[in-house]
Design a protein around this ligand. Sequence first.
Ligand SMILES: *Cc1c(COP(=O)(O)O)cnc(C)c1O
Length: 357
Amino acid sequence: MRPARALIDLQALRHNYQLAREVSGARALAVIKADAYGHGAVRCAQALEAEADGFAVACIEEALELRAAGIRAPVLLLEGFFEADELSLIVEHDFWCVVHSLWQLEAIEKAALNKPITVWLKLDSGMHRVGLHPADYQAGYQRLLASGKVSKIVLMSHFARADELHSSSAAEQVAVFEAARQGLSAQVSLRNSPAVLGWPQVPSDWVRPGIMLYGATPFEEANSVAARLQPVMTLESKVISVRELPAGEPVGYGARFITQKPMRIGVVAMGYADGYPRHAPTGTPVLVAGQRSQLLGRVSMDMLCVDLTDVPQAGLGSTVELWGKNILASDVAMAAGTIPYQIFCNLRRVPLLYSGS
Ligand SMILES: *Cc1c(COP(=O)(O)O)cnc(C)c1O
């Protein structure tokens, strides 16, 4: 059997969820959209259900998968409905629904619902992706109330630059939010992971942690709270071939690496078809037989090469950690010019093996 696999530590997931609640002092919706950022939405929801205040997903298909697996906790649809006919399923399954656009508000006004729904009314406080314009926000709130179709409204917005701890952007968005919600007495929700970790002063009845649940930092710089996160996924494989090369020999496609001295090279069963980033360059950290080493040359579809020259204990069959408790996914992502969100979401083909449930 091919040795590539992703180990998922559900105990670490629960630790990270509890940390989000502890540092925010708020209720927390565990964001498990996109199959829990590649970690398996159903298994993650099951591991968190006893303590989680609720879950958040991107769309009704993801929400229905949770209900089909027996998850009874609240589930928020982060983009609401895409078509008005989803409203009957939203009522039937008690999903909470973001309203981010006037067309959605109108659809709710027109819909025949046999039970009122919970709406999270989204404000565009400066990101300019989705959310009601500040000038429409109060009227939107009043229209929802007047529709008789809504039992509860939570006021929400989303940060564009909360991961930039020295930017004034988050504070500016909070100011826009505060002005738009003046006089409304309703619960609020603004904070994603970087805002949970880095912006304690932002008001929140509800937080929406995603990436931090999986133990990866959203910041490029060191952060003392993020340092308390525990990586959930360990992506590992084994050395399947060893090469001794003299100086001056190329390694892999495109000869992107050429030995400058005699080297020992290990070939690992892991490639971009598994979701390992093809853009990870020579020098990207890996752990071989318990020791830090580096990637060499181009990542292929099913294999990649690592440096065994200074890892004498490593050889055929040695375990290689591509990311996990020792090699941080955020460091691999940074080396590859991307973010841990994407390398987790790109994971495919490798079996997910769970522990700690
Ligand atoms: C994905 C998402 C989150 C979670 O973001 P993280 O940075 O992963 O914590 C929170 N809120 C909304 C609206 C989202 O779409």
